[in-house]
Design a binder for this molecule. Structure first.
Ligand code: IPM
Ligand code: MG
Length: 368
């Protein structure tokens, strides 16, 4: 049976970068027997314009039924004044929540050709390979109560709640342990147990789980502020980091810059396997909709292309096809092609479509 991929390209540069992935899917269908059928739909500001909400119930149902979802980016300044409940980001958050995608994998790898594109010194980032496992369906992003209240004294109060139940901590920590086991065998659990009860519970539960059959993984703990500092001081000390939703959001942006550009970082968001062993999943670049360069053909499609490589690996179990695509990206970078965000002296600057062309050419060459 064909594999169903739902693509929601979203706003800003989303459609441009996703356009390159659609070409790559076609290539895999024709040349590697992928047999994937793509359906496109609206999420984000584009959906708000069409339907008055950031995602419709019908699209959520399609996402639940699909074998995998790919998302481009959502948001833009034109929707800044829109109510939180229907603004573009709400569409993304609802997809994550309704599909129960609690484990967000954000690998930060520095391609050798890009070691000089990072704002950090080459020796700090060369060969970098870390994995951030971010909790994605809990914490302050979804905690109740939330809102803005009028107080009797004429002041206003903004409220969000950081809340974690044990099952939420345990299931994402388990992903962290499993991931560490497949990689360098080390897990860093990150929270703020010095000031937050939710952080203390996080740490206690991770330690408990370590004692329940995960002792082969070397577990350490770090406060989130220190982790931010350590990521720019000595990033290669980390193997796998597991952390909550908000800290993961922030730390993964830091990690992204170590690789040269936010335009390089892919992500996979995974749920728990259902009774048939199917794992719900959504793949998206870590970068946003970049309204400043949208529609100009300048955006770097590599984060989205690498997100599709993660889709091949995690949703379709096609590790060799994922390796091939990652290798193609590496080849293109080694050949000196660069979009504006990773441009360096002596390299050739190209646009979104030319970068897509180059990856397709490399795929052909590498698989010949
Ligand atoms: C991310 C983004 C989102 C988040 C926004 C767009 C809601 O920053 O995926 O990292 O905060 O999770
Ligand atoms: Mg973010």
């Amino acid at each position: 049976m064909s594999k169903q991929i739902l693509i929601v390209a979203g706003d800003g540069i989303g459609p441009e970068v996703m356009g390159q992935v659609e070409r790559i899917i076609d290539w895999y269908n024709t040349n590697r027997g992928l047999d994937a059928v793509v359906e496109n739909d609206l999420v984000g500001g584009c959906c708000y314009e069409a339907h008055g909400v950031a995602v419709t119930d019908a699209t959520i149902q399609k996402a639940l039924d699909a074998d995998a979802v790919m998302l481009g980016a959502v948001g833009g300044p034109q929707w800044d004044g829109v109510d939180f409940a229907v603004r573009p980001e709400a569409g993304l958050l609802r997809l994550r929540k309704d599909l129960e995608l609690f484990a967000n994998l954000r690998p930060a790898m520095c391609f050798p050709a890009l070691a000089d594109a990072s704002s950090l010194k080459r020796e700090l980032v060369e060969g970098l390979d870390i994995m951030i496992v971010r909790e994605l369906t809990g914490g302050v992003y979804f905690g109740e109560p939330r809102g803005i209240e009028d107080l009797p004294n004429g002041e206003r109060r903004g409220i969000n709640t950081q809340v974690y139940d044990t099952y939420e901590i345990r299931r994402v920590a388990k992903v962290g342990f499993d991931m560490a086991r497949k990689r360098g065998g080390r897990l860093m659990s990150v929270e703020k147990c010095n000031v937050m009860e939710s952080g203390l519970l996080w740490k206690e539960e991770v330690i408990k789980l370590h004692g329940e059959g995960n002792g082969d993984v070397k577990l350490e703990h770090m406060l989130a502020d220190n982790c931010a500092m350590q990521l720019v001081k000595n990033p290669k000390q980390f193997d796998v980091i597991v952390t909550d939703n908000l800290f993961g959001d922030i730390l993964s942006d830091i990690a992204a810059m170590l690789t040269g550009s936010l335009g390089m970082l892919p992500s996979a968001s995974l749920g728990a396997p259902d009774a048939n062993g199917k794992v719900r999943a959504m793949y998206e670049p870590v970068h946003g909709s970049a309204p400043d360069i949208a529609g100009q053909g300048l955006a770097n499609p590599i984060a989205t292309i690498l997100s599709f490589a993660m889709l091949l690996r995690y949703s379709f179990d096609l590790g060799a096809d994922a390796d091939l695509l990652e290798k193609a990206v590496e080849t293109v970078l080694a050949d000196g092609l660069r979009t504006g965000d990773i441009m360096q002296d002596g390299m050739k600057q190209v646009g979104t479509v030319e970068m897509g062309d180059a990856v397709l050419t490399a795929l052909k060459t590498l698989s010949a």
